[in-house]
Design a protein around this ligand. Structure first.
Ligand SMILES: C[S@@+](CC[C@H](N)C(=O)[O-])C[C@H]1O[C@@H](n2cnc3c(N)ncnc32)[C@H](O)[C@@H]1O
Length: 339
């Protein structure tokens, strides 16, 4: 997709009214979603909210399953926010972070698989309603593993079944897809992954998108160490988004783990190469960050050590997009400074 032609495009430039596919209103899908809305906690519901972002930014993200995986409630909620933002001429339209984040992960997954030059594994921790296995052609030689809570994976499988039955052109793009029900706060998730077919010695891309800050500091560090340890066995790429400390104050009951310097933390765990991007940087732009005065462009132009924005006195809330890699033959090139 050519992102250069979409400078600052927001969903309303294309769709003033919310048009939902018929499938969203079918009995099966409605029943599944009443369970989500009435029984799931906010952690699990976040899976549907991110899918709603992909669905409503469909002019830049091609995810034909996002509508049905998001469900009517979350689509309407986000659509209302976007309408308000447009009405108020907001510089940042709701969902733009999700759109950029999705496109950044898509591009880095493809680049990592290219760098391996052959068959690989892709593990999505906290996969939620991610449909990459159905939408990314670059996964055609990859075995994909989706790890999430059993309730999330169960509803996802049922929604996908309904979508695949009603739409002819949807098909699995990945070589294989395996869903692994596990809680990554527990210490048996890696074993469950291996029992499901994951091979630690095979080249692997680990995708931790919108997940790590929901964990406590010790849980997150444990997960990162488990992934980092794989660098001693095989080519390993970690793709993850990190909140800085100020971002976790957006909801201190939901967000816990943070790192202000993930580019120092990850080498200390064993990754040889780490690259950090911020929303709006050349590789995290995608034609959606045209206004130099939008929040993200202002933030990335301030030194990362600055905690309070001198323009308006607000905390500098940052989301870091981080790629890290390692392999048995590499030496660690960056200094090992803890958080
Ligand atoms: C914000 S969503 C992100 C989903 C997906 N990665 C995406 O970007 O669309 C967070 C997901 O992490 C899952 N999750 C949170 N804590 C988890 C845990 N301890 N173990 C497994 N999954 C978890 C939630 O169920 C949810 O699906």
């Amino acid at each position: 997709m050519d992102h250069s032609k979409q400078e600052n495009a927001s969903p309303e430039d294309h769709d003033l009214e919310l048009k939902l596919p018929h499938l969203v209103f079918t009995k099966t899908v409605r029943e599944l979603y009443s369970k989500v809305v009435n029984e799931w906690d906010s952690l699990k519901k976040s899976a549907c909210q991110t899918a709603a972002g992909r669905a409503l930014w469909k002019h830049v993200i091609h995810d034909p399953l996002a509508d049905v995986l998001a469900g009517e409630t979350y689509l309407r909620n986000l659509h209302e926010k976007i309408k308000k933002d447009r009405h108020n001429n907001a510089r940042e339209i709701s969902g733009v972070i999700l759109a950029v984040r999705t496109l950044w992960f898509d591009s880095k997954i493809e680049a990592a698989l290219d760098s391996f030059g052959g068959a690989a594994q892709v593990v999505l921790l906290g996969a939620g309603m991610d449909a990459r296995a159905y939408r990314l052609n670059c996964l055609k030689e990859s075995d994909v593993f989706e790890v999430d809570f059993p309730e999330v994976l169960h509803v996802k499988a049922a929604l996908l079944q309904a979508a695949l039955e009603s739409t002819e052109h949807l098909r699995l793009m990945a070589k294989s897809l395996t869903r692994v029900a596990a809680d990554i706060r527990e210490n048996d998730w890696l074993e469950k992954l291996q029992i499901s077919g994951f091979v630690p010695e095979k080249n692997t891309v680990w995708v931790l998108e919108g997940i790590i800050y929901y964990l406590s500091n010790s849980q997150a560090m444990q997960v990162l160490k488990i992934v980092a340890d794989k660098c001693t066995l095989t080519h390993t790429v970690l793709l993850a988004d990190f909140m800085n400390k100020a971002s976790t104050t957006l909801s201190s009951s939901i967000f816990h783990f943070y790192s202000d310097w993930p580019d120092n933390l990850l080498p200390s765990l064993g990754f040889a190469n780490v690259k950090l991007s911020q929303i709006g940087d050349p590789d995290a732009h995608f034609g959606l960050m045209h206004d130099p005065l939008n929040l993200f462009n202002k933030l990335r132009n301030l030194p990362r050590s600055i905690e309070i924005n001198p323009d308006d006195g607000t905390p500098c809330r940052r989301l870091y997009l981080v790629q890290a890699s390692g392999s048995p033959n590499q030496t660690i090139s960056l200094s090992s400074i803890p958080m």
